[in-house]
Design a protein around this ligand. Structure first.
Ligand code: ADP
Length: 475
């Protein structure tokens, strides 16, 4: 599968990165812009107050100076602000109307600052409660005007206005700088982020490539983790472990199919050979009988292999949780021992049940019977005549344990970990006399596994072997 660029993880991560970073930069920008704007306005308002106060002071200090002169003088003192100053005289007794507006500056009377209601409010306010108003009226030119209403004796109001032109120009400049800087920062950060993300995801690509290159025929490939200690390193290690396990199981499967073919071919070759020899010439009836008996034995052996293989493949698919029926383990034990008594007697072996505590577990009777039968059958087969096989079922330390103990030939230490592998037999030369296929214990292990049982084997050469299967009592 080829991943489309916009669906790739690096693309998505970069996109998220840009969105989040863009959001943060925008928020920070808005905050900064707003606080800069507020501080400019605060500064301007302070200047307006200073000019209004100065106008009043000039008029008050130089008694005899007209308001017009005071306004002119003050205007001249703040040339860089080009303040527009006027005095609004209010008529108190006639319900506070505007009586006269003195504005010796260049503005036409009534062209600005002529909101009577605002004057009233200002009139009521004290010095701490001054009113600052921003006028956006078109007559004032392209830029708004910031004004202060400053009540003075009279009742009069000194009104001062300063154009917001330079403030707005400053703000616009700041906005452009912020957009350019923010955009540039975002671009650089995105490129850097994308580079880092790609670098971080590079091993994933190599995982993908290796996974593509791996086939059942060649599972020897591994991914270089480069000593990474991060999540990607963990992913690579996990992937490599998985390939190793896969390699092992494929090897096992190959070995198994090789073993199966071999096991099946041997008896077939014998049958064919014997029949071919028999058919070369006329034979006596006894010879025919002998060969037929031998081929019958071989085909019975073949049938056993096939049955065991079929049984194994059936239980291979079983899961532990699949059992919901309860079975009596003690009854199973008694039943199996009973069915094996004849075989033990034939070989002059004592087969005894020492203890069989009533035990109930969840499971399938046929499977458990087969498991116990295989172990007891082995114990009888690998014990010399006059030997002893003892079976018991006991409860101890929170688990129920089946024990099959024999006084047989024992299992060499190095074989203990292998006896549960399919077709594993300790001594191939013993094969014919004991008739072992090497499948019995694989079945035992599988049945125990899917019933939650744990197998333990203790053995001493020429002294005997004990097989213990522990089942948790909670079942
Ligand atoms: P087999 O059909 O050969 O008995 P199993 O899978 O049942 O196959 O057992 C594997 C091997 O383990 C046997 O070949 C045998 O060598 C060894 N083994 C199993 N049980 C015993 C036992 N009770 N005493 C000695 N050896 C045993």
């Amino acid at each position: 599968m080829k991943i489309k660029k916009f669906r790739s993880l690096s693309f998505k991560l970069t996109l998220w990165y840009i969105v989040i970073l863009g959001g943060i930069i925008t928020l920070a920008g808005i905050f900064q812009y707003q606080s800069f704007k507020d501080s400019l306005l605060d500064e301007l308002d302070a200047k307006l107050l200073e000019i209004a106060d100065e106008t009043y002071e000039t008029w008050y200090r130089k008694r005899g100076v007209s308001w017009e002169e005071a306004i002119k003088e003050t205007t001249g003192r703040f040339p860089s602000y080009k303040p527009l100053i006027q005095l609004v005289k209010l008529q108190e007794e006639k319900g506070k109307k505007i009586e006269e507006v003195i504005h010796p500056t260049s503005i036409e009377k009534g062209s600005y600052l002529f909101d009577v209601r605002t004057y009233y409010r200002a009139d009521r306010s004290d010095i701490d409660n001054l009113i600052f108003v921003t006028h956006n009226e078109e007559v004032l030119g392209a830029y708004p005007l910031r004004t202060i209403l400053f009540p003075v004796r009279g009742p009069n109001i000194v009104q001062v206005g300063i154009s917001l032109e330079s403030t707005e120009i400053d703000l616009r400049r700041l906005l452009i700088i912020m957009i350019l800087a923010g955009g540039g920062l975002l671009l650089l950060a995105s490129l850097g982020g994308n580079f880092i993300i790609r670098k971080a995801l590079k091993p994933v690509k190599s995982v993908v490539q290796t996974a593509k290159d791996i086939s059942a025929d060649d599972l020897s490939l591994r991914i270089e983790s480069g000593q990474r200690q991060d999540e990607i390193g963990e992913l690579v290690d996990t992937f490599n472990d998985m390939i190793s396990r896969l390699e092992k199981s494929v090897k096992k499967i190959k070995q198994f199919s090789g073993d199966v073919s071999h096991e099946l071919r041997t008896p077939l070759t014998i049958i064919r050979g014997e029949i071919e020899v028999l058919l070369r010439k006329e034979r006596k009836i006894e010879e025919y009988q002998k060969t037929l008996k031998s081929t019958l034995e071989e085909s019975a052996y073949l049938e056993r292999i096939i049955n065991d293989l079929l049984f194994l493949s059936r239980i291979e698919a079983l899961e532990k949780k699949e059992f919901d029926k309860s079975v009596q383990l003690d009854e199973i034990l008694l039943k199996v021992v009973e069915s094996q008594e004849l075989a033990a007697k034939k070989k002059n072996i004592t087969l005894d049940i020492k203890k069989a505590k009533p035990t109930e577990i969840k499971g399938e009777e046929i499977l458990l019977e087969r498991m116990v039968a295989n172990i007891i059958d082995n114990a009888i087969r690998y014990t010399h005549p006059k030997g002893k096989v003892e079976v018991s079922l006991d409860k101890k330390d929170g688990s129920s344990t089946i024990l099959v103990q024999d006084t047989g030939i024992g299992i060499p230490e190095e074989s203990l970990s292998l006896i549960f592998d399919r077709f594993y037999v300790v001594d191939k030369s013993r094969f014919k006399e004991t008739g072992g296929l090497g499948l019995g214990l694989s079945i035992v292990k599988r049945v125990a596994d899917c019933h939650g049982g744990v197998i333990e084997v203790k053995s001493e050469m020429n002294k005997g072997t004990s097989f213990l299967i522990h089942f948790p009592e909670t079942q």
